[in-house]
Ligand binder design. Sequence first.
Ligand code: DLL
Length: 448
Amino acid sequence: MQSDCSTTRERHAMKKPQDILTAPHEELEAIQLEGVKKTIINCYENVPFYHNLYDEAGFDPYSVKSLADLAKAPFTTKQDLRDNYPFKMFAVPNEDIREIHMSSGTTGIATVGGYTEHDLDIWGDCFARGVWYADGGPTDIMHVCYGYGLFTGGLGAHYGGVKAGCTTIPMSAGNTERQIRVMREMGSTILCCTPSYAMHLADTAIAMGIDPKKDFKLRAGIHGAEAFSDNFRRDLEKKLGYKVLDVYGLTETMGPGVAIECMEQNGLHLAEDHFYAEIIDPKTGEVLPDGEWGELVITTVDREATPVVRYRTRDITRILPGECACGRTHRRIDRLHGRTDDMLIIRGVNVFPSQIEDVMKTFDQVSSWYQIELTRKGHLDVVTLKLEPNPDFDFDEVRAIEQLQHDIQARLKSALSVGIRVRIVEPRSIPRSEGKAVRVIDKRGDDQ
Ligand code: DLL
């Protein structure tokens, strides 16, 4: 019998995990409010960083009565997490921590995420939604080649696969030919890895004489961890004969599964029962209405080990207004253009690498392999897009190369209003990555 004092969250915990995906939005908001209030108080009482932050800002953590009130709380930044490395952001004692993950830290000190048993359980539930969105379950064979280890991709996808009842193959990244053999021999149906690695798998399989559409049984790919354009996605779907769902997440709030696309491919459903999202103007910090592009800010609703309040992700997206045709009620974010840090400012125009990719991929002659190089000539930045042609393009035909470079340059200029030099480079000369692809090489410091 249901007790009167059970919370909204407890009542929901008694339902099938999929039921929450179609719950009326007011119910989700009630869960969020209850969770956000608890998170703020938990942070204030158990994490010295938040205690000081709120006291200094004059923010009363007990004053939140509505989700809109959250806007009064100060932000948390990546720097705050770095300053508290490794364990000072933990809100529970060490004996309750079951697992730790870390961001790659390529741009500085890494940030650490801790997980209690409950946190691992909700992580599995969040990623399992990708499988459910792909109409998948126990009959699926999930091939996970995100890296296992401190990176959240491998284990996050793995927990999701297990939770959804899939036969989960923990391949981890690398050894591409072996991945291809296993995919073929075991009949993997769902592929989980970065989109660039999926492209590398597809190209390598084709080069090995395999026809992925016939020889593989793939029907869905759950790809994320880096931005990829719509045209890149179409190319991937054409080569592998499956449907690509975009998955978003970050170490600081959990890992993959914060938001995942459904088969409509029209925005990523936020896991709103676990995360409360706001979009802010990155310059003023003001909360923006649905539909406007800005920086995604996340508050965890029920994270125990490393809860965050108003974490500035630096990722640029928007909340898509309206309901999704799939019938699920969780609001959607648009596919990401990239992070504020990745944005190139070319002679005053803001451009994301994924927008350049989208234009370049309108040319049939070019492959999906490219790199953007930034150099400096005098006081001016020079942006060069290096890209590889498709294998059937005659690389020795100089006139054709010059013409193609010229045409791509002109289309970039007209689509994005930026002057970018285009250079077609030798096939297979751009490094392949097993994880996140390196799209931008900044050589401006080298020239001085
Ligand atoms: O990349 C978690 C992840 C693993 C997501 C596997 C999806 C799949 P981090 O290494 O902490 O965590 O990097 C997080 O990657 O802030 C975004 O800038 C970027 N990112 C993640 N997913 C997407 C996506 C993982 N679907 C950072 N589209 C985030 C674009 C993404 N960028």
